[in-house]
Design a protein around this ligand. Sequence first.
Ligand code: EPZ
Length: 419
Amino acid sequence: MNKLKITGGRRLDGEVLISGAKNAALPILAGCLLAETPVLLRNIPHLRDVTTTIELLSRMGVEVTVHDQMGIEVDASGVDKLEAPYELVKTMRASILVLGPLLARYGRADVSLPGGCAIGARPVDLHVAGLREMGAEIQIDNGYIRARARRLRGARLVLDTVTVTGTENLLMAATLADGQTTIENAAREPEVVDLANFLIAMGAQISGAGTDTIVVEGVDKLEGAEYTVLPDRIEAGTYLLAAAITGGRVKVRKVRPEHLDAILAKLRMAGATVTVDGDTVEVDMRGRRPDSVDLRTAPYPGFPTDMQAQFTALNAVANGVGAITETVFENRFMHAQELQRMGADIRIEGNTAIVTGVPRLTGAPVMATDLRASASLVLAGLVAEGDTIVDRIYHIDRGYERIEEKLSALGATIQRISD
Ligand code: EPZ
């Protein structure tokens, strides 16, 4: 069952409950390695990447117990294998997030280099450089990062590039280091703040998370705590965009609207009526065709690169011409050629996609190349004439919980099929 079949033409209308954030759950699960006693996590999403992370932790000797309503207990007191093997890391780059915690708590870690992916080379040089600054001895050979440190020491780290998981790895390492660490040019994403709040709940001493300078006073140990993961702003943005592209109305529930500012601003520019009420946000585009928007991706609080592919699909059926510039990753327009097969008019010029709206897209067999590209193909299928078959949807299962159920509940004609 590795394909989605979508029959376009239905205007979506309804409400959808947003799950916990994948990109907060993954670093927080890795952060459990720092705790001497069990951690209880809530609002962990049912995603392939979460399953992979739990598999990775279990192989290290971590006891993971799934409770009811997706509460997960993580007990790292019995860790006896300080390694993240290639066979798992190659399926999920975010496995690199165990490097900082293992080094900080156990003084050693052997983690496979993640390698690139469809959207870019995805180096981890800044992760390694920061840990070396903190006193780690790191060799890279046979495709593995082999790190050793009696005890990491606090350091002043200045990151050349804003890196989300780089900031997260170094933040986790700093919690148990000897002395003070400052991380400058740190990532400000809400998921970084959620990780910091989780670490603080376990006894870490962190200030400045959410700004570009994070200060950590190292402590001797961290104790398990209970923590609820924040809602997924990218999942929420994707469903709100589904309303805009189909000319419908969708309300997302259990979100943090303040994390959606850049996305909502663009949806308003596209002509949508956006209503924020507590932890719900509604987008209403009934009876209207969207207007093209220009956007330029950037680290938070700028426009999120993880919503770029979705807005490329919106521009494909909008009034006018929209320029979409991708500044974070070097190859994140893989969805363009698939959208072109559906009739989209997209011209790539360097790191900018010039999208001229067309009256209609036509359904076609298309192929998912990465997580967010596959989301954009599903969105295009919702509005295309006829059937769209999206292949290799294991990409989409990594980041969207039960996408066909949630979209069907909004009125879409979508089903999971096998070859
Ligand atoms: C995180 O990836 C997210 N993944 C990505 O989400 C997201 O697209 C990305 O941040 C940007 O917001 C997780 O949080 C698990 P980066 P990450 O390090 O941390 C360069 C999704 O769809 N860089 O912030 O790997 C890098 O090449 C995924 O959910 C270095 O040069 O991204 C890129 O150009 C896709 N050296 C830029 O920084 C390094 O050591 C930003 O990458 C690290 C990064």
